[in-house]
Design a protein around this ligand. Sequence first.
Ligand SMILES: [Zn+2]
Length: 316
Amino acid sequence: MSDETWSVGWGWICGAVLSLSFGAIWALNYCQFEWFARGWFDRPIRVLLVTAHPDDECMFFVPTVRALLSRKTASLRLVCLSTGNYDGLGSVRCRELIAACKLIGISSDRVHQPIDPPGAGSGSNSGSGGGDDRSGFIELPDGPREVWTADAVISILQPILTAHDITHIITFDSGGVSGHPNHIALHTAIQSLLSRHQTKQLTAYALATERNPIRKYTGPVDALITLIGCIATRWWWGGSNRSNGSDADGLNDQCVFATAWSDLLSVLHHRAMICHWSQYVWYRFLFVTFSRYTYLNTLNRIRPPQPQSTPALTQS
Ligand SMILES: [Zn+2]
């Protein structure tokens, strides 16, 4: 077989896989509420997306944000616990966050971010985003060596949860997507929050960290793999995605939200990242182009850690 024939053959194969992959994104987006989030929107829900740094929402959570905003019974707020001041650009990044959120559909009055730290002067950022809710908070320091305790995170979240009667929290999982300690600290804190408040009123989901680099960085193709897995689970093996749900509230343990084609065609993710201009370097351009988080989000329910069982005392 000639080299030219091989090239044409590989071209057809790659074209077919890409076509099927983008078809899979459409199918997952079309079925996402019926397959994965059927119980979510039966009643009004108030969701709080908890991120660590300005740009997390654009790098990782856009499919979830857009899915939630498309439902009339869901309202969405975002809290970002740091100004992203690791490089001294905190005030710039706060303004970038507001602009990016506005582009993806979260109005400024629904964005909670830190007030100016003491001694930083006035006017560098608008506390809770410039809306009518002025309950700002002191930022947690940005950086992989900074320790964010569960108490510190919860002390920021609790007033927001109470003031806005939040029903759902979405944040990172124990892998933090990128392994950043600030991301992981949020997951640990939410677990702690759930264990302290054993209430059915608060449900939490974590964005699944994809540890397979091939699946992590071939976003559209991973959508095809995910769709095949979902179909196999639902029909071929006689299972159902609802079968993993909690008996108490009927919600799935795992949800998948996929980006709408309209958002892909309008290059929404890149336009949102352009709002984060101070961070939009070449490797983030590649990440937004190829990572699975641009095309789909898999959310796993966060359960409070089970208490350690006390070993039974034995009589000697
Ligand atoms: Zn981050």
